[in-house]
Design a protein around this ligand. Structure first.
Ligand code: FES
Length: 82
């Protein structure tokens, strides 16, 4: 039976498990990872994260299954996160 959970590797080195379809902000909160927020509507870009090399806006995106059991997340280019 195929699991609907994926393992997420966060920029701070923490790992967590999350269900496919979970909001990225919820997954981050569950892992005690703080993502910067602004509009919460997908227009400001404050919450951008890099998921497997692709920039997404965490406030409007859900975790999708790309047949990967481990999803690596980086924060976008804001030097605050370097
Ligand atoms: S908080 Fe503004 S785009 Fe996500």
């Amino acid at each position: 039976m195929k699991s609907s959970k994926v393992k997420i590797l966060w920029p701070n080195g923490k790992c967590s498990l999350a269900e496919i379809g979970t909001d990225w902000l919820k997954a981050a909160g569950d892992a005690n990872v703080e993502i910067p927020l602004g509009c919460l509507g997908g227009s400001c870009g404050a919450c951008e994260i890099e998921v497997e090399g692709k920039i997404i806006r965490a406030c409007i995106a859900k975790i999708t299954n790309k047949n990967s059991r481990l999803i690596k997340v980086e924060f976008a280019t804001d030097p605050y996160w370097q």
